[in-house]
Design a protein. Structure first.
Length: 339
């Protein structure tokens, strides 16, 4: 599906769309939606609660109301709309993502896209002189914003994956590079017969051990410290790589996939790659914009088409068996060992 731009004013909205992102950032950062969950309020009331300039806040919320985010009545009171609900804290919240996308360390990098296009190198490293992961390791506030942003999208994606793919035939699920284990914990909670293995770097495993949901599953869930780019533990009959390969160059991706292939001892074992799969041609896709983020923030990371994933799997001694859409922007690429 493509969108036609027939007027200068339609183009104007695209050109200035970054301003909408910043207004959303302000509303999310201040927690406006959570305040309005108590009932409609004027900006004078909100400003007093949040210690911000009432008229300036009014101008931001008025602009967002034009997009259906908040609604203003004849008394200049604002209330929640269905769209604004996504800025509230809660299971379906996108607040963390709205905050991260508006933070200066993100904003500055997107402003250097031309550098990446001219050089093919990550603009992040040009702006900050280090990789994004080094930066996050040295800046706790930025790392917290990143973690909250990932939490914003993980719950919805996890539910979509578990609804789209049947895990009932498997006995043991390995989540490779699975962060603090949010996906694995939900999968084990959904499937009582499954045993789980989380493989992550040592410092991430230590963080995962503190997660209450994983601790409650301790008899069925093992946490293993390791580097999946060096080796992958064998034994599980289904392996998950969720949002891992898109941050890898083709060379790194093939290396990791070969490690997975070596760990797939049974011919019936499955490798599941949960990523956005780019559609062909001119079809609009959020994945194409996420691909630009990979260009700006990572050395070699990219979103890929189904054919490109198939080629990577083949180089690693695997075959693509099917691509399964889910109820989210993410798809499941299923792989097996070559016959």
């Amino acid at each position: 599906m493509t969108s036609a731009i027939h007027t200068p004013w339609a183009m104007l909205e695209l050109i200035t769309a970054a301003r909408v992102s910043q207004a959303l950032y302000v509303a999310a950062k201040l927690g406006v939606a959570d305040y309005l969950a108590k009932g409609p309020a004027t900006c004078a009331e909100l400003g007093a609660e949040m210690n911000v300039h009432a008229d300036a806040l009014y101008r931001v919320l008025r602009a967002l109301a034009g997009f259906g985010i908040f609604a203003e009545d004849e008394s200049r009171r604002f209330s929640l709309t269905p769209a604004a609900e996504f800025l509230r804290d809660g299971p379906r919240s996108m607040r963390g993502l709205a905050i991260m996308c508006g933070e200066p360390w993100q904003w500055q990098v997107w402003g250097r896209m031309l550098y990446s296009v001219r050089t093919g190198k990550p603009a992040f490293e040009d702006v900050f002189g280090k990789s994004v992961f080094q930066y996050l390791g040295e800046n706790p506030d930025a790392a917290a914003a990143y973690d909250q942003a990932m939490t914003s999208v993980t719950a919805a994606e996890t539910d979509a994956i578990l609804s789209a793919y049947d895990f009932s035939p498997f006995a043991r699920l390995a989540d490779l590079g699975g962060g603090r284990g949010a996906f694995l914990a939900t999968a084990l909670g959904r499937h009582a017969h499954l045993r789980g293995l989380l493989v992550e770097l040592p410092h991430v495993v230590e963080q995962a051990r503190k997660e209450a949901t994983l601790a409650a599953l301790a008899p069925r869930c093992e946490l293993a410290a390791g580097n999946i780019f060096i080796s992958v533990p064998d034994g599980p009959d289904v392996f998950m790589l969720k949002r891992v390969l898109h941050a890898c160059s083709d060379r790194e991706a093939v290396l990791l996939l070969r490690n997975c292939r070596n760990a797939m001892a049974r011919t019936s074992a499955r490798l599941l790659i949960a990523e956005m799969v780019l559609p062909p041609g001119n079809e609009r896709s959020f994945g194409k914009w996420l691909d630009l983020e990979m260009l700006l923030f990572t050395p070699g990371g990219r979103e890929r088409t189904a054919d490109e994933y198939g080629a990577l799997l083949q180089q690693a001694g695997l075959r693509l068996t099917r691509v399964i859409p889910t109820g989210s922007a993410i798809s499941i690429i299923e792989g097996m060992t070559l016959p």
